[in-house]
Design a protein around this ligand. Structure first.
Ligand code: CAA
Length: 258
């Protein structure tokens, strides 16, 4: 394991648990956290012993946004010239699944980071928001697009224009999160979920993630055709033979990842 300062990385069997760790700034996302997180996610994605990751924060804050103190003095030329936040796109190219386990505040970039993950499990104390407008700016890590796709225009527009936060119950009703858990059990439950995913046939996991994500980038007809081709492709894997044989023989599958 590398020597990170702003995150902690732990392998729990085949699940990688990444904990954002800048408590003094409520896990505000600065350049260091970005580069450490990208490094950790690259290591996770290329480690054959790991099948699914969980990203979490503290009980008080998943992440309270991009680091305002780091951005405060920047001008247009700095931000545009360096394409500030573009690095987060690398995060979204992780091929294995990532679960966000959100307790407390997920605001601005924190909400955006959670939405870059494949799904969100929320603690019952979670609060989601895009309050950038109060700083006279806007979402910059995809929030206006991913929130709108997740909860629809009405709620996304209201949240971006007013900075209003959504609690866990509203977020679940709106489809932003897949499940709500008691905050005290959130991380353990998220790790168990990640371990369950990691125990599936690895190529099927990649394919399922890829095809659900295609729904955001394609027409229905293109998405359905893409799904069918990937479904067909899975019949070229040894694990498909094993999975269906194991079902018929009433035993668990024993995957080779081939
Ligand atoms: N950036 C930098 N520091 C932050 C931070 C942020 N986003 N959020 C909190 N902190 C720091 C505070 O400055 C404070 O540090 P000091 O003790 O040195 O003053 C420390 O974390 C604790 O914060 P508070 O004292 O404010 O804690 P609180 O419990 O009173 O309030 C909060 C919690 C409501 C989340 C409040 O901290 C807050 O409103 N934070 C900012 C939220 C925000 O505006 N996020 C959007 C950022 S911009 C962005 O994300 C752009 C984008 O699209 C990517």
């Amino acid at each position: 394991m590398s020597n990170y300062e702003t995150i902690q990385v732990e392998q729990r069997g085949a699940a990688t648990l990444v904990t954002l760790n800048r408590p003094q700034a409520l896990n505000a996302l600065n350049s260091q956290i970005l580069s450490e997180l990208l490094d950790a996610m690259k290591a996770f994605d290329t480690d054959p012993s790991q099948g699914c990751a969980v990203i979490t924060g503290s009980e008080k804050a998943f992440a309270a946004g991009a680091d305002i103190k780091e951005m405060q003095a920047q001008g247009f030329a700095d931000m545009y010239g360096h394409d500030f936040f573009a690095g987060w796109d690398v995060f979204t190219r992780t091929r294995k699944p990532i679960i966000a386990a959100v307790s407390g505040y997920a605001l601005g970039g924190g909400c955006e980071l959670a939405m870059m993950c494949d799904f969100i499990l929320a603690g019952d104390n979670a609060k989601f928001g895009q309050p950038e407008i109060k700083l006279a700016v806007s979402p910059g890590m995809g929030g206006s697009q991913r929130l709108t796709r997740a909860v629809g225009k009405a709620k996304a527009m209201e949240m971006c224009l007013t900075g209003r936060m959504m609690d866990a119950a509203e977020a679940e009703r709106a489809g932003l999160v897949s499940r709500i858990l008691p905050a005290a059990e959130l991380v353990e439950e998220a790790v168990k979920t990640a371990q369950a995913i990691a125990a599936m046939a690895p190529l099927a996991v990649l394919a399922n993630k890829e095809m659900v994500n295609a729904a955001f980038e394609t027409s229905l007809a293109q998405g359905v055709a893409f799904e069918r081709r990937l479904f067909h492709a899975l019949f070229g894997t040894a694990d498909q033979k094993e999975g269906m044989t194991a079902f018929v023989e009433k035993r668990p599958g024993n995957w080779t990842g081939k």
